[in-house]
Write a protein that binds this ligand. Structure first.
Ligand code: SF4
Ligand code: SF4
Length: 397
């Protein structure tokens, strides 16, 4: 590896340095919440219980009532069914392990005219299955976990993704902004659950399609590999201060999925549309985070704890602080996602104009205007319920 190998020629906010080390899933902050006393607390146990069991006493606070949790947990239900299906085999598919609920690969392989033609077809099929965004990149061993970790048995084991699966299809599911706008609340967690449930459908169906064509394919959500660098390389968006991908279409409001396959596909190129420069001027996510988990400074090699990747110069989030807040409030938090100015309805031409101007020196004025106009402000969860005429799945996507 060269002394300083950027993720892409023109990418300067996710720079892989010489001291880079591949990441073990064991140190992902969610995995640590099952074994590491710094993260595994009484609050974190209760946090997870709220996804499965009814709370002993429902909180009275708006956004945390039985009805809010009912919706959040129902939105997770499809994803949960897949994840829990093989728990008796010490597998939590989609989060610890890749999906194995797939039929065999067909004996005969369908030939494609070219990798370009195959990529066009695969993207069309993925969108047909409901993917909001699709990009393709090459397998990059840097982003595969060195080992997997089981939340159930508390054991590390080898990552079983074959390294010769040369193509990685990255999908993104948009999360409903009308729900995210209620963050912090259990209600806003319904956007996360719906994202994962849709994601499971897309990656499982797409992988099965490839297998039916006669190619090996493995469907994956948060398991097996770091999704963000693959998504950056697949051209789905740019890296941002809040530690997430910002897409052109949905801002930071996406959940990512991956399908690893041996089908030769044409690869996409990373994109830039001014996010790095905008984040250099903007601090809204960092200012809004209730526990100061998001940095105010420049991209750096700083690691807050062992959940941060080593040797990548970027904006890194303090996952211990962030997860601690989730555990304290009994639901995931999306305040930073809510306040990000890249949450707009880009089907409107004037919003697309604004996105283009955000990449120019007038970005400071746009940022001021965004705040003045009230974008990113919290909507009271009870108001979301009273406006339920808007479909839960469409919201303001
Ligand atoms: S999710 Fe909430 S706690 Fe975590 S970084 Fe964002 S604002 Fe902070
Ligand atoms: S809120 Fe501002 S600084 Fe944070 S990710 Fe969005 S644009 Fe970047």
């Amino acid at each position: 590896m060269p002394k300083e190998a950027p993720l892409a020629e023109h990418d300067d906010n996710y720079v892989v340095m010489e001291e880079f080390e591949r990441f073990s899933q064991k140190y992902d902050v969610f995995r640590r919440s099952f074994w590491d006393k710094h993260v595994k607390t009484e609050k974190s146990r209760r946090f997870y219980r709220t996804y499965r069991d009814t709370l002993d006493s429902w909180r009275k606070a708006d956004g945390f009532t039985q009805r809010d949790y009912a919706l959040r947990n129902a939105s997770w239900h499809v994803s949960d069914l897949f994840t829990e299906y093989k728990e008796n085999e010490d597998r939590r598919e989609g989060f610890n392990d890749a999906f194995t609920l797939q039929r065999e690969v067909a004996d005969e392989a369908v030939e494609f005219e070219s990798p370009e033609a195959a990529a066009i077809e695969i993207k069309r099929v993925a969108r047909g299955f409901g993917a909001d965004l699709v990009g393709i990149t090459a397998m990059d061993l840097r982003w595969l976990y060195t080992e997997k970790f089981s939340d159930i048995s508390g054991t590390a084991r080898p990552n079983d993704i074959p390294e010769d699966l040369r193509s990685v299809i990255v999908t993104a599911q948009a999360m409903d902004y009308s729900l995210i706008r209620t963050a912090p609340s259990a209600l806003s967690g319904a956007a996360t659950g719906l994202g994962y449930s849709h994601d499971a459908l897309v990656v499982l169906s797409l992988a099965q399609y490839l297998r039916n064509l006669g190619y090996r394919a493995i469907a994956s959500m948060n398991d097996s590999a770091l999704a963000i660098p693959f998504a950056l390389q697949a051209g789905l968006g740019e890296y941002s201060r809040l530690g997430l991908l910002i897409t052109k279409e949905f801002g930071p409001r996406v959940r990512l999925g991956k399908v690893f396959t041996d089908l030769p596909l044409a690869f996409d190129e990373p994109i830039r549309f001014g996010v790095k420069e905008f984040c250099d001027s903007c601090r809204r996510c960092a200012d809004a985070c209730p526990v100061g988990a998001i940095p105010h400074g420049d991209p750096s090699l700083k690691r807050y704890n062992k959940s941060n990747l080593k040797g990548v110069k970027k904006w890194s989030v303090d996952g211990e602080k962030c997860f601690g807040y989730w555990a304290a409030q009994n639901s995931d938090c999306a305040i930073c996602v809510r306040v990000c100015p890249y949450n707009k309805d880009y089907s409107r031409w004037w919003m697309r104009c604004g996105r283009r101007l955000a990449a120019t020196p007038i970005r400071r004025f746009l940022l001021w205007l965004d705040i003045k106009l009230g974008f990113g402000e919290r909507v009271k969860p009870k108001n979301w319920w009273s406006r339920l005429g808007t479909s839960v799945s469409q919201g303001s996507r």
